[in-house]
Design a protein around this ligand. Structure first.
Ligand SMILES: Nc1ncnc2c1ncn2[C@@H]1O[C@H](COP(=O)(O)OP(=O)(O)OP(=O)(O)O)[C@@H](O)[C@H]1O
Ligand SMILES: [Mg+2]
Length: 305
């Protein structure tokens, strides 16, 4: 569905994308996980044709975007990170405008407005001005606007920002259903829980580069499964903590310590050293690594830092 080759984008002296390559297959639910400023929105704006790259190539369904072919971009829908709605207008009026921009009109447009509003469960509020909507309802309408022309590829740029958990789940369910019905989805987020829950494949992005790419299991396989050990801070003397720090990267939290074992460290060796430092095996808890741990491993910082 989408092929990206060595894509670069600069804003003046700042390199926002530094040579990104990736492929998204038809029917995939692809996650783009990265912290603030990683380049997620820039990538989406290039794929949607809103911005032009400085180098590299994008192919949509085999067609290069270089010539800005309308047929190719018409196959995609874009849910921008900032709400793109006219708040003095009703839902129906907003969708009417976006639908006409997509070339829809007459009975087809009316039908698609009905269907899109039903999909995002806003049919009963169709005649109300958008400014009277809650944040979650506005997000859903933003999504409906991208679905009017029945795209094959949907780009969702952090579609749950500022949304309560209930509306978030509604958006998740909706996107999952659309994906099951055949829509290819590219979903950007800085929440590893969202990428884990939703996406069949994930690309981890930071400083304009893809750091890792694969299914959740493939990504986590880059970390040994016993990589993270946790122990109570107050149960461990400072000298014991210092003795264990040489086994990896130590992150001290309020009441616990997390130690991300360095590659190659054997657990038996670690536990022997811990015992010698006065900490029995039962002082420790092993944690299944998460995408957050992988990100930390790859960059030395957390997704939120
Ligand atoms: N229009 C612009 N002009 C100049 N610099 C920009 C512009 N848009 C983005 N940038 C810079 O490019 C880099 C990537 O920004 P981008 O918006 O793509 O990141 P992001 O991953 O979407 O971040 P966020 O999670 O905060 O939305 C950042 O350093 C940002 O400051
Ligand atoms: Mg962004």
């Amino acid at each position: 569905m989408l092929e990206i080759n060595n894509l670069t984008k600069r804003y003046g002296g700042l390199t926002a994308l530094a040579g990104i390559s990736l492929t998204v297959g038809r029917g995939e639910f692809f996650g783009l996980l990265g912290p603030n400023g990683a380049g997620k929105s820039t990538l989406m704006s290039l794929v949607s044709g809103l911005r032009v790259p400085d180098g590299g190539e994008i192919r949509l369904d085999g067609i290069s975007l270089a010539g800005r072919p309308a047929a190719a971009t018409r196959a995609l829908g874009f849910v921008p990170q900032s709400l793109a709605l006219y708040e003095d207008l009703t839902a129906e009026e907003n969708l009417g405008i976006f639908g006409r921009l997509y070339g829809l009109g007459g009975a087809t447009l009316r039908t698609r407005i009905d269907e899109s509003l039903a999909t995002v469960q806003l049919s009963d509020r169709r005649k109300h001005a958008v400014k009277t909507y809650s944040g979650g309802m506005q997000r859903r309408l933003n999504l409906a606007a991208s679905l009017l022309h029945s795209p094959q590829l949907l780009l969702c740029d952090e579609p749950t920002v500022g949304v309560d958990p209930q509306s978030r789940n509604a958006i998740f369910d909706l996107l999952r259903q659309l994906n099951r019905d055949g829509l290819t989805v590219i979903y950007s987020t800085h929440y590893m829980e969202e990428a884990t829950r939703l996406c069949s494949r994930i690309g981890i992005i930071d400083h304009g580069k893809i750091l890792a790419l694969g299914t959740l299991d493939e990504l986590l396989a880059q970390l040994s499964s016993s990589e993270v050990v946790i122990f109570a801070r107050n149960g461990a003397a400072p000298t014991a903590v210092a003795a264990l720090a040489r086994f990896g990267t130590l992150r001290e939290q309020a009441d616990s310590c997390e130690l991300h074992l360095a590659p190659g460290v054997r657990l038996a060796e670690f536990f022997a050293a811990a015992q010698a430092a006065g900490l029995p095996d039962r002082a420790f808890q092993l944690k299944r690594p998460t995408l957050e741990d992988l990100f930390l491993h790859l960059t030395g910082k957390t997704l939120r830092e």
